[in-house]
Design a protein around this ligand. Structure first.
Ligand code: GSH
Length: 252
């Protein structure tokens, strides 16, 4: 099957036929927020890459050779001896930042860099609460609790951005802080379909709302952007146990 289309490789598929063009090979899933991070880093750095999307419900047999854990993202370094694979979104991001330093995304200063990594790590409970709200059938009281966690943790990011007084977390331009958390912000609108009017992001977080609108315009983000409608469509299918990986293929 061809690479660089939105179609996902599934069980029984033969290995992707990448061309021998020396470009990095990214194994991804079109709706995965972790893989999304790597797309953003590569886009921001203008590093050309080929992509093969993986159906995570019915994985191709050959995918275990790419990543033994079966997860995406994975990045194949075609120009290194034995063409090894890297896994874990933030490990890949940091590798790319060092390998392609023309556009630097991590802060140079060791303390600033450490702080940025802490903020990215600290985002995990927000991503976790969001995931549970969207994908687990929760009674109202559990939803209310999760939404509380979600809002109170996000409040820390609102406060931090106010404190920094910059357009982006990284400064005048987006950096790894922004790109590492963006994939979830792009998807947060899905919550309207889960908790209805209780999802009132813009009212609660005016500074983050401004950041969201600015970041959405960024070129690296634009290259991989999907609408709330599309994310919601995918999440509804997945919630029903029938994720529609090729949603975009059939739409086009
Ligand atoms: N810590 C990993 C998480 C990656 C991850 O959980 N990816 C999900 C899709 S969004 C996955 O591959 N799930 C398939 C599976 O667990 O089998 C990272 O940052 O790369």
């Amino acid at each position: 099957m061809a690479v660089n289309t939105n179609r996902h490789f599934g069980k029984g598929s033969s290995e992707p036929s990448f061309s021998n063009d020396g470009k990095l090979r990214l194994f991804s899933m079109r709706f995965c927020p972790f893989a999304h991070r790597v797309h953003l880093v590569l886009n921001a750095k203008n590093v050309p890459y080929n992509v093969a999307y993986i159906n995570l419900s019915e994985k191709p047999e050959w995918y275990s050779e790419v990543n033994t854990t079966g997860k995406v993202p994975a990045l194949q370094l075609v120009n290194e001896p034995n063409q090894p694979f890297l896994v874990e979104s933030m490990v890949i991001a940091e590798y790319l930042d060092e390998k392609y330093p023309e556009v630097k995304l991590y802060p140079e200063d060791p303390f600033d860099k450490a702080q940025t990594k802490i903020w990215i790590e600290r985002f995990n409970p927000i991503a976790g609460a969001f995931y549970r709200l969207v994908y687990e059938q929760n009674p109202d009281d559990v939803n209310a609790q999760l939404l509380n966690t979600f809002y109170s943790e996000l409040g820390n990011y609102e406060a931090e951005l106010v404190k920094r007084g910059t357009k982006y977390f990284a400064g005048a331009k987006p950096g790894i802080f922004d790109y590492a958390i963006w994939p979830w912000f792009e998807r947060f609108g899905i919550l309207s379909s889960v908790v209805g009017e209780k999802y009132n992001f813009d009212d609660r977080f005016p500074t983050l709302a401004k950041w969201l609108h600015a970041t959405r315009e960024d070129l690296a983000v634009q290259k991989h952007l999907l609408s709330t409608y599309t994310h919601t469509q995918f999440s509804l299918g997945r919630r029903a146990g029938t994720p529609h990986y090729d949603l975009l293929v059939e739409e086009s």
